[in-house]
Design a protein around this ligand. Sequence first.
Ligand code: N1C
Length: 250
Amino acid sequence: VIVVLIVIGAVVLGLTLKSGFESTFLSRCEKFSQYDCKELWDLFQQAYVNKDPCNVPVEAYNPLIAAAPFKPQCNKMMFWSKTKDVVHGFTAKRKDCFVTLEDTLLGSVLDDLTWCGKEGSKDTFTTGCPGWSECENNPVRSFWICASAAFADVACGDVTAMLSGSINTPFNPESIFASVEVPRFKSPRIKKLDVVMVIQKNAISNCNHSSLKNLMQALDKGITYSCKDVSKSRIQECGAKPEIACGACW
Ligand code: N1C
């Protein structure tokens, strides 16, 4: 009898205990009211669970994104490449100025997480998952491509992008910004792209960098381009001083 009870107990526990990953997903999700987080968790899992972790296509996340669509926020949408910490340090304090993908439900729920499934298992794993460029169709990369495409699809008005002056190729064709987001910027929905080049002490490039010519050429005709070199300290100052108007930050 005791053995049977232990077995039943273990099975019940196994069915009800949430993994750390699921708890993180749900607790981050519940900060946004008006969504059914359990439903979103189920849709999320369906994208990669019980699949080869190198064979999760971008489209696998379409049902998830359809259930928590991005809202257009004209003139406030912020994109970035290789400047995540500066951007989020700023937007965390100045939600009045800009929104990034990480300020939306799906972006904030999955930010900084790693996950994958395995063939023959209904579990979510957080270790032993393929790295970002180990195989193309990995669950994490496919999610960010799908979400970034949907986020760029609703961008409108004047959009801003923070690029890094501390790397060799600020506009890198391999990046999600260049390969997924910029190609979806369409005139007349988008009027202007304001590039902010984040300049630190170790800067090796700025608005004059040749890769930015490729960015200009990639832009849909009708979208105006601008670029400004802005020091990291100025961006941080603007984050720290809410009295500075968004339009006067740089
Ligand atoms: O490849 P990137 O930059 O150009 O991608 C950034 C670009 C942003 O404009 C975002 O809208 O694409 C979107 N995006 C995210 O919001 C995001 N959050 C977290 C893309 N990737 C995102 N991540 C993780 O950052 C992702 O897991 C991958 O590892 C990096 C890509 O960032 P990058 O190379 O600096």
